[in-house]
Design a protein around this ligand. Structure first.
Ligand SMILES: *Cc1c(COP(=O)(O)O)cnc(C)c1O
Length: 229
């Protein structure tokens, strides 16, 4: 589907829920997709791309430097790989533990940079899924918010994959409620705590109706993903 068609669907979802389109940002999820396809979207004026794997992200940043893209990390980040991406991401969506937040802070301090992050919440309670549980995050938030090099822009979630889109509405609504609740507990001068990264090709319209500010679209923008390996 072309970017124009995706934008039209975003507009419709915004219209349906009385939201302003300017609040909803499209992240093109380019994991495992070719650099050529990224160049094509960039030539249509798209700037925000999301990747899952640190090594792949590093290669693409290097090879596509000329395009001045904004890179987002949306996949699980291992602590020992933080050093490879310090200072290179526009936004890290997938901060899923206190120890990871501390490592990102530490490396950012060494390089004297600020890192913009989202905190990933595992609302489905699946063991296989990365993310803080609600109670873990409630407990860790004060410590994370106190790390000088981090700016918490908001929350991210990835509901159970097998769900029907409509089944995910409750997760999206829950993430919004948590943002509203926790925002009152941080210093909003430092931490905007306003963004909600939620919704994929499969369910982004529902996510928009429930308040998404970043929707993460892979397959719909690029076509089927080649398999990893
Ligand atoms: C791959 C991925 C997406 C994109 O999924 P599509 O179904 O291809 O739109 C979104 N979010 C995360 C965290 C992903 O890993």
């Amino acid at each position: 589907m072309s970017l124009v068609e995706i934008q039209r669907r975003i507009q419709n979802a915004c219209g349906k829920s009385g939201r302003n389109e300017s609040e909803v940002h499209l992240l093109a999820v380019s994991k495992l997709q070719s650099e050529e396809k990224i160049r094509r979207l960039a030539s249509e004026g798209h700037r925000d791309f999301g990747e899952n794997y640190v090594q792949e992200l590093g290669g693409k940043i290097e090879h596509l430097k000329d395009l001045n893209l904004r890179w987002h990390l949306i996949g699980h980040l291992q602590r020992n790989k933080v050093k490879f991406i310090t200072g290179q991401c526009h936004l890290i969506h997938s901060v899923d533990s206190l120890s990871l937040a501390q490592e990102i802070h530490k490396k950012a301090l060494e390089k004297n940079v600020i890192e913009n992050i989202l905190l990933q919440v595992n609302l489905g309670g699946e063991d296989s899924k990365d993310g803080f549980s609600e109670s873990e995050l409630a407990g860790s938030l004060p410590e994370i918010a106190a790390l000088s090099q981090l700016r918490i822009h908001g929350l991210m979630t990835m509901p159970p994959l097998q769900n029907e889109p409509e089944q995910n509405r409750m997760f999206f609504a829950r993430l919004r409620a948590l943002r509203d609740q926790w925002r009152s507990q941080v210093d909003v001068q430092r931490h905007a705590f306003s963004e909600l990264s939620m919704g994929t090709s499969h369910d982004f319209e529902i996510a928009i109706e429930e308040g998404a500010t970043w929707i993460r679209i892979g397959t719909l923008a690029f076509g089927e993903r080649p398999t990893k390996g």
